[in-house]
Design a protein around this ligand. Structure first.
Ligand code: 5RP
Length: 256
């Protein structure tokens, strides 16, 4: 729990909010501040993004939002959106998005991200790169001084000769010192919870790169990963964030 200052009826009071309440605050605020009627929006994946999806559904139902078209970034998000009657499309029909909203696993001071803890990094990246605005929603536990040691960097790789690809990844100069671990079990959980490789929505595997010190150059690390045959995409989202809405001790702050 963290403490968030709340002001009610002119009186300031402090109330301990759970992590879920913080996630809901940022999810709802992102939709209230950045989603307008008649727009095409990207819907992220994860427990924080799920609150933004919930808010879009709620506002469509009440009529506060109209004529939204949404592009989901995972099968999970697609199913949630369908259950809320949010009209859906894909990048095949809508390549230009007005805004995309998603959570993150780590956010550095330059608003570079680690994403993919929920195993959806490829669909997240392809959708979020097409958005005019990419709004990141996190609680303050996700803020870090440097990407890497606080949360393993997920990389989506093709199953064919995946052990070879993992060795190639470990030998990349910009990723020196990383320990690549094949994700097992449920793809949405980066703690091992099974014996078989976790399989993404795209039929691929995830390798979680563990670091003991911050990645010196996340842009170079991303470029070297992307240039490795066998890698589909990686969870380093650099230079993409328009604004990051953070919930924490001092309430909600927006970093941009
Ligand atoms: C899924 C993601 C999520 O956005 C990220 O893992 C954060 O999830 P949560 O909001 O549940 O902490 O990248 O692939």
């Amino acid at each position: 729990c963290v403490t968030v200052a709340l002001v009610r009826g002119g009186k300031s009071m402090r109330k301990a909010l759970s992590q879920d309440e913080l996630k809901k605050m940022v999810g709802y605020k992102a939709v209230d501040d950045y989603v307008q009627s008649g727009t095409v929006i990207g819907l992220g994946t994860g427990s924080t993004a799920a609150f933004a999806v919930e808010r879009v559904g709620e506002k469509l139902k009440s009529g506060e939002l109209k004529d939204i078209i949404a592009i989901p970034t995972s099968i999970r998000t697609q199913e949630q959106a369908e259950s809320l009657n949010i009209p859906l499309a894909t990048l095949d029909t809508h390549s230009d998005l007005d805004v995309a909203i998603d959570g993150a696993d780590e956010v550095d001071p330059a608003l570079n991200l680690v994403k993919g803890g929920g195993g959806a990094l490829f669909r997240e990246k392809i959708v979020e790169m097409c958005a005019k605005k990419f709004i990141v929603i996190v609680d303050e536990s996700k803020l870090c001084d440097g990407l890497g040691p606080g949360f393993p960097v997920p990389v989506e790789i093709v199953p064919f000769c995946h052990e070879h690809t993992m060795r190639k990844i470990a030998s990349l100069p910009a990723l020196k010192g990383c320990d690549p671990v094949l994700r097992l079990g449920n793809v949405a959980n980066n703690q091992p919870d099974g014996d078989e490789p976790a399989v993404t929505d795209n039929g691929n595997y995830i390798v979680d790169l563990k670091f003991t010190s911050p990645i010196k150059d996340p842009v170079a690390a991303g470029e070297q990963l992307k240039a490795t045959v066998g890698v589909v995409d990686h969870g380093l989202f650099t230079g993409m964030t328009t604004a990051c809405i953070v919930a924490g001790k001092e309430g909600i702050i927006v970093k941009d």
